[in-house]
Design a protein around this ligand. Structure first.
Ligand code: IPE
Ligand code: IPE
Ligand code: MG
Length: 244
């Protein structure tokens, strides 16, 4: 696992924060604007939050940008989101690189268009030496889909004789997931007032702490983020054990 630069940070900060960035549509609709207006406003929030991470001591930030279920939306919204992702990567690439951000994508790429996949590959390559903060963008990501894809590859390896079924345990599955190089999330935040997980990092968040907040994603600020990180630092995680 990459270690990298030292961060100052808040004592007891979560090493990995994962965010379900929800509420863009409602944010736009409350202003009488189309849903895509909210998605654009939401995308702008990401960089400020990533840049806050090193000061707080958060080394990994994972954001849910598009789920395997989001294809059910109108063709206009899906196409608008795909175009936003292409534009976002093109526009932000240099700043992310210069800020020391290592970007990775998780999710199934097969349904994405070739131009977008090429931009994702380029950004991963461009930032691969960075270690200050690790930003993972979940795009066409669904936890069940990820587990199913992992098991498929695992079964293929067993069939080829590269893996013994006898040796399969929790750590084996972890190594086949898209998140294989990431530590488990310590804190999962969902904005917009919904208290559900919507198929995000189910396996990885088995022992995460959760925060469901009412703020809509385009209104999310560095101050709100810092407050959540400080609240986390006060929590008592027991992982099933009893404290001595
Ligand atoms: C989250 O905002 C972004 C995506 C799912 C792509 P929504 O688009 O879900 O916004 P609401 O929940 O409808 O307000
Ligand atoms: C979850 O939000 C997915 C993302 C934030 C990308 P949704 O808005 O798609 O989730 P549901 O439909 O409210 O469960
Ligand atoms: Mg939503």
């Amino acid at each position: 696992m990459p270690e990298g630069d030292k961060t100052t940070g808040c004592e007891g900060a979560p090493r990995h924060v994962a965010i379900i960035m929800d509420g863009n549509g409602r944010w736009a609709q409350s202003r009488g604007r189309p849903r895509l207006f909210g998605h654009h406003a939401g995308a702008k929030r990401v960089r400020e939050i990533v840049e806050t991470c090193p000061d707080l001591g958060v080394k990994y930030l994972t954001v849910f940008a598009f789920s395997t279920e989001n294809w059910k939306r109108t063709q206009t919204e899906v196409a608008g989101l795909m175009s936003l992702f292409r534009r976002y990567i093109t526009k932000e690439a240099r700043a992310l690189r210069d800020e020391g951000v290592r970007v990775r994508f998780i999710g199934d790429r097969v349904r994405l268009d070739a131009k977008l996949i090429a931009l994702m590959d380029e950004l991963e390559l461009l930032t691969q030496e960075n270690t200050r903060v690790h930003l993972t963008i979940a795009l066409n990501y669904g936890s069940r889909d990820e587990v199913a894809r992992a098991i498929k590859r695992m079964a293929q390896d067993v069939a080829r004789g590269d893996l013994s079924a006898e040796d399969v345990d929790e750590s084996t599955l972890t190594r086949y997931l898209d998140t294989r190089v990431l530590p488990d999330p310590d804190l999962v935040v969902r904005t917009s007032g919904e208290a559900r997980i919507s198929n995000f990092l189910l396996w990885q968040s088995a022992y995460a702490e959760y925060e469901f907040i009412d703020t809509l994603w385009p209104d999310f600020t560095a101050d709100i983020f810092e407050g959540l990180v400080r609240d986390y630092a006060r929590r008592d995680r027991r992982f099933g054990a009893v404290k001595a």
